[in-house]
Ligand binder design. Sequence first.
Ligand SMILES: *[C@@H]1O[C@H](CO)[C@@H](O)[C@H](O)[C@H]1NC(C)=O
Ligand SMILES: *[C@@H]1O[C@H](CO)[C@@H](O)[C@H](O)[C@H]1NC(C)=O
Ligand SMILES: *[C@@H]1O[C@H](CO)[C@@H](O)[C@H](O)[C@H]1NC(C)=O
Ligand SMILES: *[C@@H]1O[C@H](CO)[C@@H](O)[C@H](O)[C@H]1NC(C)=O
Ligand SMILES: *[C@@H]1O[C@H](CO)[C@@H](O)[C@H](O)[C@H]1NC(C)=O
Ligand SMILES: *[C@@H]1O[C@H](CO)[C@@H](O)[C@H](O)[C@H]1NC(C)=O
Ligand SMILES: *[C@@H]1O[C@H](CO)[C@@H](O)[C@H](O)[C@H]1NC(C)=O
Length: 366
Amino acid sequence: MHFNTAIATLSVSLSFSLASPATTYYPSGGCPPISGDFNVSYFQLYPEGFDYDPVHCKAYFGSLFNSTVLRKDLSTGEEEVLTFPDISENHTYHVSGVQYDRKTGAMYFSANNGIAFSSNGADLTGPNRFIKYNTSTDRVVFITDMDSVVAQLNALTGYQYNGFQDMAEDLAGNAYYVTSLGPSIFKVTPDGTPSIFFYLPPKFINGTVQSNWGGIFSVGNILVSLDNFNGKMFRLDTTAKDPFKDYTTYSLADSPVQVHCDRTYPPPMFDGKIVLCSNDGNGTYVLYSNDLWQSAKYLGLAASPNYGGIPTASCQIANSLYTNTEYFLDGVTFDKVGNRTDFPFTDITQKVLQLTRSVGIDINVD
Ligand SMILES: *[C@@H]1O[C@H](CO)[C@@H](O)[C@H](O)[C@H]1NC(C)=O
Ligand SMILES: *[C@@H]1O[C@H](CO)[C@@H](O)[C@H](O)[C@H]1NC(C)=O
Ligand SMILES: *[C@@H]1O[C@H](CO)[C@@H](O)[C@H](O)[C@H]1NC(C)=O
Ligand SMILES: *[C@@H]1O[C@H](CO)[C@@H](O)[C@H](O)[C@H]1NC(C)=O
Ligand SMILES: *[C@@H]1O[C@H](CO)[C@@H](O)[C@H](O)[C@H]1NC(C)=O
Ligand SMILES: *[C@@H]1O[C@H](CO)[C@@H](O)[C@H](O)[C@H]1NC(C)=O
Ligand SMILES: *[C@@H]1O[C@H](CO)[C@@H](O)[C@H](O)[C@H]1NC(C)=O
């Protein structure tokens, strides 16, 4: 650990002396700038996923066990809880992934089957829903029932896929909703129609299905994920004639450990070249690509304190980068609700920028 830190420090100072990185100014836009750590205090919030709407300056925190979403204006403190019929307070569902589509202003929520995760992949038969929310009208656009397309995939392959959590979108407003227990991607059109888009055979160890894709992100029409089973990057062009033939996988360059990612997220301030990978452990790995993710390089770890929980997601809020802390061990058993009220969010902006400077990317976020 000390060895890796020393190397990282060395390469940072080296690139400084060779070529000073160009500093780009990143304005917070119309939203009030934010910096420093904060808590979101709401009983049983347990936010596993969160994202930010920079048009209306509101953060959306998924409440994992309640299957609600807390929408909050972090500068005024104004907040409200969004509920979804048949889903909220229904313990069949966990709301994990939360994802803002900057192109359409939609916010997506994953209302996924809880048992798939709490059973560690032993029970993969439960239902899943995919929610699209309009941040301008404050209305649900659709709640898509994924069960018939998942059954179709089961009939096609003989495998049970489940463990939905993350999503990404293309330039045409389609969303791609991904399973991690068995790697599959379902396409959901702007009006909410789901179809099978891509899949690979699940990986099993001793009869138990393993987690492949924790997160997915898009840059333009390119979908990218990291396979937690083998640590390899996965890239697919959504406009390819045959995704099953055109996808690629490759190793992450310069990675000192096998990288494991939960949410993978490209902060808008870096224009798709930097991705933050929440490592479900001690922080957020910072990944870099300068060729639209045909190759990628590990830059380092932005460590966070995590206060007894683990980081599962990161997000740019106005002009700063934040990681959450999720507490999976507060309940009577793993992945069950506890009685916590304060949920810490850690400002990792400067730690991330320290790493991006090694590849000549520097941003003045003031
Ligand atoms: C974080 O965890 C990784 C393994 O996932 C380890 O290699 C690294 O040393 C840890 N870093 C710190 C700062 O604890
Ligand atoms: C968050 O809440 C905890 C108590 O639950 C407290 O110890 C900590 O100081 C708070 N952090 C911030 C940034 O307010
Ligand atoms: C979660 O549910 C509990 C119990 O109904 C309620 O008191 C709390 O306000 C809810 N929190 C959220 C964020 O939905
Ligand atoms: C909870 O969800 C399950 C699965 O969709 C459904 O069968 C059940 O009716 C729901 N329960 C409530 C109280 O909404
Ligand atoms: C949100 O609603 C507005 C007004 O009806 C519409 O113009 C816009 O396309 C909607 N956006 C999404 C993502 O549904
Ligand atoms: C699989 O099962 C065998 C026999 O019980 C055991 O030795 C091995 O450690 C298991 N492998 C894993 C990865 O759990
Ligand atoms: C949460 O608090 C309630 C009410 O005090 C208690 O019955 C329950 O056991 C607590 N849950 C946990 C996981 O500690």
